[in-house]
Design a protein around this ligand. Structure first.
Ligand SMILES: Cc1ncc(COP(=O)(O)O)c(C=O)c1O
Length: 458
């Protein structure tokens, strides 16, 4: 692991060429990676870093898992891509296995390439199944960057600036979140009641009153790891039912296993009508989807471009990899592992919080946590600069973290061991100590992410 950030000339040259030829968001410093193994990444100088974002929250089994490598090799030889108007054994078995993890009648998967596309399929399904007009999403929710998904997204609102007619009216974002830490009322039970009342009021007065769906992340991650109570999520189910609307849960950030339940909504005893998945279900290949009941699937067949097809969904290679990953997640009980290790990191993160005033709150479940970085605990004023400094110093401690706005994410691959977590937590605390001491940083919050750009982080 690097103790200070210094890079070879080759490394610097690659970073400079990246800046010149590749148009992309880059955290500073522009590290160029060339290899991954388990929970670690290696840069082109051979420095190792714990990958605390599991790729883009996608590598449930970490990098280069031997059983997945074997499948990739086999499929590369055999069958990688086909017409999406035909099928293959791996897509069928993957969908069948997903269905065994689901409650009730949720058993039919319409595959997609990205999480955004999966959410747009879900939205099409809701419009087609209900004849409704409005789709209500949650304030501080995120559902992707394609244009309809972006319209449902409110975290990083500045991303929508200037998109004008390409997005739907902002009234779509009308579910008031159960964000207890920054709620105007201290009592969580009371805030549940008030936020549900406000939600219903906003639906009544800002929509056409023909509501097709309520769409939200059961635990809203990019918006600040908002973990609602059971009472609140049940309240949302009841509101959807009262309005004759479908309930869509976006599990892209959360499934499988990471939160200590296979699907995060299992923490809540609430069954939705449509579930979308991506990231962690994909093993890093672009293979996402929307799952619904046969009844809804039949109602929507042939309407609004459904079932969704496109060029790449349900391709044999990504389906075979997703299938193998899912078999391993179930075989090795990674859900139980995340639950157990979640107790361990929960305790350790609370101890770290007690020693560092900049950590206002720690939220999350299982192996997915978030530090809410503040200027001081009394005002809870978000401190995006400090979060960015922690991220920067963490690199020198050999930890690759995502920090967006004032939120520092803790999301290792789900296979992470106790010994690795112990080491990671020590490095995290060392990074926080360095950041608090005001060590120099060569980074700029505005360059850190499209969600943080143009916005005074909150
Ligand atoms: C909750 C949630 N839904 C959907 C998406 C969009 O997924 P994708 O980037 O694959 O389109 C994201 C991406 O970060 C997400 O966090």
């Amino acid at each position: 692991m690097p103790s200070e950030l210094s890079f070879s000339n080759r490394h610097k040259d690659l970073a400079a060429r990246d800046r010149e030829y590749v148009l992309g968001w880059r955290f500073n410093p522009g590290i160029v990676f060339e290899r991954g193994e388990g929970v670690r990444l290696f840069d082109v100088d051979g420095n190792a870093y714990y990958d605390m974002s599991a790729g883009m929250m996608s590598l449930t089994l970490g990098h280069a898992h031997p059983e997945l490598v074997e499948v990739i090799r086999d499929m590369a030889d055999r069958f990688t891509h086909q017409s999406s108007w035909y099928t293959n054994p791996w897509a069928i078995e993957f969908a069948e296995l997903i269905a065994t993890t689901m409650p009730g009648e949720l058993k039919m998967t319409n595959f997609a390439v990205t999480g955004s596309e999966a959410n747009e399929i879900a939205m099409r399904m809701a419009l087609a199944a209900t004849d409704g007009f409005d789709i209500c999403s949650m304030v501080r929710g995120l559902h992707g960057g394609s244009l309809a998904a972006e319209s449902m997204t409110s975290v990083g609102g500045a991303r929508r600036r200037g998109l004008g007619p390409l997005t739907l009216p902002a009234r779509a974002n009308c579910i008031v979140p159960a964000f207890y830490y920054r709620a105007p009322i201290d009592d969580a039970e009371q805030w549940d009641e008030v936020s549900l009342q406000l939600t219903e009021e906003l639906i009544e007065y800002t929509t056409s009153q023909q509501v097709a769906a309520l769409m939200l992340e059961p635990i809203a991650v990019p918006g600040g790891m908002i973990v609602p109570s059971k009472r609140w999520l049940r309240g949302i189910r009841e509101i959807a039912d009262r309005w004759g609307a479908l309930l869509i849960f976006d599990e892209c950030q959360l499934a499988p296993a990471r939160t200590g339940k296979f699907w995060s909504f299992e923490h809540y005893d609430v069954v939705p009508d449509i579930v979308t998945f991506g990231k962690g279900m994909t093993a890093g290949f672009a293979n996402c989807g929307a799952i619904t009941t046969p009844e809804i699937a039949e109602k929507t067949r042939g309407a609004l471009g459904l079932p969704w097809s496109g060029t790449y969904p349900q391709d044999p290679l990504p389906c075979a990899v997703g299938l193998k990953q899912l078999e391993i997640v179930l075989r090795d009980d990674l859900t139980g592992h995340a639950e157990r290790e979640g107790v361990f990191i929960g305790e350790r993160l609370s101890q770290i919080q007690a020693r560092h005033d900049c950590i206002g709150d720690v939220r999350g479940k299982g192996l997915y946590r978030m530090l809410d970085i503040v200027k001081d605990r009394a005002s809870k004023e978000p401190d995006a600069q400090m979060a960015e400094h922690i991220r920067f110093h963490a690199l020198a401690e050999g930890l690759l973290l995502i920090a967006v706005k004032n939120y520092v994410r803790f999301c290792p691959p789900t296979i992470v061991t106790r010994a690795e977590l112990d080491d990671i937590l020590g490095r995290l605390e060392a990074a926080i100590t360095r950041a608090e001491a005001g060590g120099p940083v060569a980074t700029d919050i505005a360059a850190s992410s499209s969600l943080a750009a143009n916005s005074a982080a909150r």
